[in-house]
Ligand binder design. Structure first.
Ligand code: ACO
Length: 371
């Protein structure tokens, strides 16, 4: 038996949803660079679920289905009011998404139509859950979702109660496009493993949220902002980064298991961070990020990944730091659910082996004879 630590290089399934070939990321064969410039998040979600871009009436239908499903049960809001005020936001999201299944009569209906509907419903409800949690912990009223607006606009509206400006909506929408799917990343794999037992879609998405939470995966965007806050100013960047590198500590937002010559999503977020810095008249976070990149790439050859510049972008959008990873979940919900549907369509239990490295030929020792 041969093992590969972290399953590096192991091809665990076939998939027709997204590909990473020679450092180029595509969703259903369309380059992410083109989607980032031209597509809305809702178009991308449709593309991931149905395998093609929607025509106008299909897109209108999806927007109307998302709006119709975006409210969350009062019982789930009431439960959120009972969460401790300092609950980790990803733990809150994981718990609330699991709770949503309790109030969905079709939660365990395994027909394809029911699962497609639940994918849309989860996509619509996750932003509402996150915004409700963010307001409840601040003692504010929960704001109901609006109909007829995009997921990006609705989320910003439900978070603040104000109509968000066009720049913020467009920036968040582009970030959602860029994070929507990424082949067999850790959280998507977790979702596929869960539903491959023929468990339900809510269980799959709950598993995925748990996997996304970690700082080696989605949690890195929050960790990047914590690092920028800790560094504090451009003048401190060099000494901070050099010390981290000397101590062989990891710098969050750098490196990637699959991309060794740079994450194609990072350049779009870098551009967005610069534009938002210029618009807000505050280049501090952007300038610090660029300087960190110069040093880390120069000294270690490591490039920024998707999480690195998303941290400064969300900060420019005045989003609280601990909502960065939940926002990642808003976007990746589209990819998770597309993969879950694909897994159900051609399912086989995912059950790899482990190479045993423990003791052999041991006997049971009665308790009174144990040291
Ligand atoms: N900072 C400093 N050194 C690093 C970094 C980093 N961010 N990433 C990798 N390295 C170094 C490792 O120390 C290791 O060096 P060594 O061979 O001298 O021991 C080498 O590069 C290989 O690193 P691994 O951790 O083995 O690479 P792996 O493919 O297992 O991990 C990962 C990839 C988890 C993304 C890693 O680069 C990392 O921890 N990055 C920081 C966390 C992060 O940004 N995660 C988000 C990834 S993108 C996403 O999930 C959305």
């Amino acid at each position: 038996m041969t093992t590969t630590k972290g399953l590096e290089g192991i091809v665990a399934t076939t998939s027709s949803i997204s590909s990473i070939i020679d450092g180029i990321l595509t969703y259903r064969g369309i380059d992410i660079d083109e989607l980032a410039e031209k597509a809305t998040f809702e178009e991308v979600a449709y593309l991931l679920w149905y395998g093609k871009l929607p025509n106008q009436s299909e897109l209108d239908q999806l927007l109307s289905d998302l709006s119709a499903n975006s409210a969350i049960p009062t019982a789930v809001i009431d439960q959120m009011r009972l969460y401790p005020k300092d609950t980790n936001s990803m733990a809150a999201l994981r718990t609330a998404v699991s709770s949503l299944s309790l109030y969905d009569l079709s939660a365990n209906d395994m027909s394809r139509d029911a699962n497609v509907l639940k994918a849309i419903k989860l996509q619509a409800q996750i932003p509402t859950v996150i915004a409700a949690f963010a307001r409840i912990r601040e003692g504010k009223e929960v704001i109901s979702p609006k109909s007829g607006v995009s997921i990006a606009e609705n989320f910003l509206y439900m978070l603040t109660g104000d109509k968000p400006d066009k720049v913020a909506i467009e920036a968040l929408d582009k970030a959602l496009v860029l994070h929507a799917d990424h082949e067999l990343n850790a959280s998507t794999f977790a979702a596929r493993v869960t539903v491959a037992t023929l468990s339900d879609i809510y269980s799959g998405v709950t598993s995925a949220i748990g996997a996304l939470k970690g700082p080696l995966h989605g949690g890195a965007n929050e960790a990047v902002m914590a690092m920028l806050d800790e560094i504090g100013s451009l003048d401190n960047v060099e000494s901070y980064v050099n010390k981290k590198l000397e101590n062989k500590e990891k710098l969050m937002g750098f490196g990637h298991r699959v991309y060794k010559n740079g994450d194609p999503r990072a350049k779009h977020l870098e551009k967005m961070s610069r534009a938002l810095g210029e618009i807000t008249g505050n280049m501090k976070w952007y300038d610090m990020s660029i300087k960190i990149e110069e040093i880390v790439t120069g000294k270690k050859g490591l490039r920024p990944n998707v999480d690195f510049y998303s941290a400064s972008c969300y900060t420019y959008l005045k989003i609280p730091r601990d909502l960065f990873t939940p926002i990642f979940a808003i976007s990746r919900a589209s990819g998770w659910t597309a993969h879950i549907l694909e897994q159900y369509d051609n399912n086989r239990l995912i059950r790899p082996r482990a190479e045993y490295t423990g003791p052999v030929n041991q006997s049971y020792v009665p308790i009174d004879q144990r040291s």
